[in-house]
Write a protein that binds this ligand. Structure first.
Ligand code: ATP
Ligand code: MG
Length: 336
């Protein structure tokens, strides 16, 4: 346990190594503006909907004809099996540790604009093996460098910890997507996650922004779900995506069929909500409008654990592609 804590938290120490170059050098010559946007889907809490969001958001972005790459950076390999790609001979571990180009690992899917880099159990070892590597926090960024410009969006599904794999994702990313399950303990740990994002932005990756908090498994009939949702919106304002993801049994069934929800049940509330989320994300990024867009991590307030009072969300539905929604998007509960 002690060794694991050291691995988890060491990179955030004051003696953070930057390899051959000083930190000043690394930040003095920022790379030219990139076409692609790399998004890390992060939350150190387990089971909050990271993989469901990464898989279905990636599929929905691809469905809107944006070339999309989903990188499974979780040794549990849930995103990999959600596309029926397991078991695999080569996986993201080989790009992080070895010489295998990421391009050789990207596998086609049933969606023409979506490729997936699979994961597997070997990745458990990477967290330990990378500890002694030079620039260990930048291995994913290095591995993605040659390939990222071939995609409009690169989504990274992170494991449920703030360990070295997640650190690699945050170092490689332009933005962070935080799925937040609307339950009593939702806000617990969010302050720590925000601090980590801010620390990475300050120390390693100045371009890192918060692209959106996504409320997941929302049940409108549940008071607590509404109260948590209101509280998060009060604290994080525009950083919270208008679209919310309802609790929907079709979303939980789709992975066992090896398909994203769009290919499993395109009419379900789950599919419609992820299409709407993709439309909102694309509009936020691609519409030149000052109100929308990503929020610099340092501009965000710390959340309070308090839970506020309820308010009725708007029930309208925005089809893809569409301009950014103006109010919370809800698709009801599980009663289809
Ligand atoms: P981990 O931290 O273990 O990686 P995670 O954050 O990736 O978990 P998921 O695997 O996406 O979370 O979701 C956890 C469980 O909840 C899964 O069984 C998934 O099918 C289910 N689930 C996720 N989102 C929804 C939803 N909107 N409605 C119903 N079930 C959902
Ligand atoms: Mg997961």
């Amino acid at each position: 346990m002690e060794a694991r804590c050291r691995i988890l938290w060491y990179p955030f120490g004051t003696e953070f190594p930057t390899g051959k170059h000083s930190r000043a050098e690394l930040t003095a010559n920022p790379p030219p503006e990139k076409r692609s946007r790399v998004l890390a889907v992060v939350n150190q809490k387990g089971g909050v909907g990271k993989t469901t969001t990464a898989v279905n958001l990636a599929a929905s972005i691809a469905a809107s004809e944006r070339s999309t790459l989903l990188v499974d950076l979780d040794p549990q390999a849930n995103a990999t099996s959600a596309f029926d790609l397991a078991p695999v001979e080569q996986q993201v571990y080989d790009a992080l540790i070895g010489d295998t180009p990421m391009r050789d690992l990207a596998r086609p899917t049933e969606l023409p604009h979506l490729r997936v880099v699979p994961s597997g159990r070997d990745l458990y070892g990477a967290e330990v093996e990378l500890v002694s590597a030079l620039n260990r926090e930048r291995q994913l960024e290095r591995a993605l460098a040659d390939i990222r410009e071939e995609y409009d969006y690169v989504l990274i599904d992170c494991p449920p910890s703030l360990g070295l794999l997640t650190l690699n994702a945050l170092s490689a990313a332009d933005g962070v997507i935080i799925p937040l399950q609307c339950e009593y303990y939702a806000l617990e740990g969010l302050a720590g996650l925000m601090e980590t994002v801010e620390l990475i932005r300050r120390e390693i990756n100045p371009k890192l922004a918060l692209d959106g908090i996504v409320l997941t498994m929302v049940d409108d009939r549940n008071n607590l779900s509404r109260q948590v949702s209101d509280e998060v919106r009060r604290h994080f304002g525009d950083a919270v995506m208008d679209t919310v993801i309802p609790r929907n049994v079709r979303l939980s069934e789709a992975p066992s069929h090896g398909k994203p929800i769009l290919l499993y049940d395109a009419q379900s509330k789950g599919a419609r909500s992820y299409l709407s989320l993709a439309a909102e994300l694309i509009a936020r990024r691609e519409t030149p409008n000052d109100r929308v867009g990503s929020t610099p991590a340092e501009d965000l307030p710390a959340p309070s654990p308090a839970i506020g009072s309820a308010g009725e969300p708007d029930r309208s539905f925005a089809p893809i592609p569409s301009p950014p929604a103006t109010g919370p998007q809800s698709f009801g509960g599980d009663d289809e």
